[in-house]
Write a protein that binds this ligand. Structure first.
Ligand code: ADP
Ligand code: MG
Length: 238
């Protein structure tokens, strides 16, 4: 459960080769961070994995099976967006329950799953509130809750904290890391923030103009950056 393999994946928009060709292994349970400057193709790569964009060529294996042409809902992955995309008229409980309702899960089971997600995310006391009655961090947790209840093979995060203020961002970083430790589910996390990448990742993928510059643990990249781009980006003195 939860491995994602990219084989010579490319993406072209019109004339622009945004992703020339990427090979990448994401192992089950890993916390993988895509990092790189704005416009380098992080979101595009994540959207290709999610199935929100079609690859121009190449293959995406999910749990060892070809998922290249599967619709997003069939991939068993959950995308958490930076804009919270909550339903403003629904309570937190209903927002979290929404994907399960859509899947026609029996109400008793829905209640159980929502209660469990709320417990993990410290939202138990907020279940009857509307999104506007929540802080930014709480709203982000609701968005994550909505992903958790589906028990995805992997979570895909696209800069989930970029709308939050600095202090809250540090908090949420820790919360997401703790969540990963609890759930042990694969997480693929996009950020342009080196500190976020260094503190959260098992494995960092440094992207530059749609190419992978280096893949490694935070320590490997820090100690042994393979080129100046990585060194500059990670901020080591080499
Ligand atoms: P990042 O998330 O790293 O900031 P993106 O993946 O959003 O980068 O974008 C990478 C490049 O692809 C940018 O040059 C962007 O303008 C281009 N791009 C992204 N989506 C589209 C699209 N739907 N059509 C045309 N160009 C796009
Ligand atoms: Mg982006």
């Amino acid at each position: 459960m939860g491995s994602i393999v990219l084989k010579k994946v490319s993406k072209v928009f019109g004339e622009a080769k945004v992703i020339p060709s990427i090979d990448l292994d994401i192992n089950d349970g890993e916390f993988v961070v895509f990092v790189g400057p704005s416009g380098c193709g992080k979101s595009t790569l994540l959207r290709l994995i999610a199935g929100l964009e079609d690859v121009s060529s190449g293959q995406i294996l999910i749990d060892g099976k070809d998922g290249t042409n599967l619709a997003p809902a069939e991939r068993g992955l959950a995308m958490v967006f930076q804009s919270y995309a909550l339903y403003p008229h629904m309570s937190v409980r209903k927002n979290i329950a929404f994907p399960l309702k859509m899947a026609n899960m029996p109400q008793a089971e829905i209640d159980k799953k929502v209660a469990e997600a709320a417990r993990v995310l410290n939202l138990t006391d907020y279940l009857e509130r509307k999104p506007r009655q929540l802080s930014g961090g709480q709203r982000q947790r609701v968005a994550i809750g909505r992903a958790i209840v589906r028990q995805p093979a992997a979570f895909l995060f696209d800069e989930p904290l970029s709308n939050l203020d600095a202090a809250l961002r540090v908090n949420m970083r820790l919360e997401i890391s703790e969540l990963h430790q609890q759930l042990k589910t694969t997480m693929v996390y996009v950020t342009h923030d080196q500190v976020e990448a260094m503190t959260m990742a098992d494995k960092i993928v440094v992207l530059n103009r749609g190419n992978i510059e280096q893949v490694g643990s935070p320590l490997e990249l820090y100690r042994n950056p393979q080129n100046l781009f990585v060194a500059g980006f990670i901020g080591s003195p080499k």
